[in-house]
Design a protein around this ligand. Structure first.
Ligand code: ZN
Length: 287
């Protein structure tokens, strides 16, 4: 009986949230609903967060994590100003999907990719998240805002670098907050991935354009391309440094093709970088 009451309450809350989305942000941009009671909005340094009061504890975890991530990234992206953004915290993953359609401008097809987990990259200053979003995904998606601040929309022409930076920087953030044993376990995991997938890696010119990435971002290939992009950026960060990586983004923003930008800034082709990855023996020194 209590379970039924709970489900009914959840349904009412969900309807209230969707009603807010449909009547509020879809038509007039960011708006605080007036008729759904305790929907809260808090201003933080650099962003606002909006959530229902029942989600207060998780929303605080999310906003604290974002603040900590931004402080951490600032050390490497000191010159990069993020536009002020708004975080919408959804009560369930299902709410997120509906909210992305109503408020985020996504088609239902695109939104339902987040039916089970995760959240889409923040776009146009709006960051839609479920309350359960984990620390590393928060850090990954936040990194996308820095990439966009550096490159504009040009990241869509060098996706392996865009997603690789998300994976790599979120790893660095996670690492500094994790015990040594967890870091060692993660390094072992990446070493195992490297040895098992070396012959499956995809050449960088095939994971460059947004459409190429989206086409491969499915099934087991999805985890392959994210892991691969992570290792490539880890390798470049070690050999060339993050400043050079940012320069590649700037070169692409200024009109260079990804291939030309790599040759110009890193003095090697995407094929050269791919060869370095394939010949990488262990990740220990990188991570
Ligand atoms: Zn991403």
């Amino acid at each position: 009986m209590r379970d039924i009451a709970c489900r009914i309450a959840t349904a009412i809350i969900s309807i209230a949230f969707f009603s807010f989305c449909f009547s509020g942000c879809a038509s007039v941009g960011i708006a605080v609903p007036s008729s759904y009671g305790a929907f809260l909005s808090e201003e933080k340094a650099g962003f606002a967060i909006k959530y229902y009061d029942i989600d207060y504890i998780q929303a605080k975890r999310i906003s604290d994590t974002i603040s900590n991530v931004m402080a951490f990234y600032r050390t490497n992206f000191a010159d990069t100003e993020l536009r002020k953004f708004t975080v919408y915290v959804y009560h369930t993953q299902e709410d997120l999907v509906h909210g992305l359609v109503a408020c985020g401008g996504l088609s239902y097809e695109s939104a339902r990719r987040f039916a089970r987990s995760g959240a889409p990259r923040p776009l146009k200053g709006l960051f839609h998240v479920p309350i359960t979003l984990d620390l590393r995904t928060i850090a990954h998606e936040t990194m996308h805002m820095y990439v966009e601040a550096v490159s504009g929309s040009a990241y869509q022409r060098i996706k392996w670098l865009d997603e690789g930076l998300g994976e790599y920087m979120s790893y660095l953030f996670w690492k500094q907050a994790s015990p040594d044993s967890a870091v060692t376990a993660k390094i072992n995991e990446y070493n195992a991935f490297l040895s098992q997938n070396r012959d499956r890696f995809i050449s960088l010119d095939r994971i460059c354009a947004e459409s190429q990435w989206t086409g491969l971002n499915t099934g087991s290939t999805s985890s392959l391309i994210y892991h691969q992009a992570f290792l490539v950026v880890g390798m470049l960060a070690k050999q060339d440094g993050l400043e050079k990586i940012k320069q590649v983004l700037v070169a692409v923003r200024d009109g260079m093709a990804a291939e030309t930008a790599c040759q110009s800034v890193l003095s090697r082709s995407q094929a050269d970088i791919y060869e370095e990855l394939v010949n990488l023996e262990k990740v220990d020194g990188l991570l």
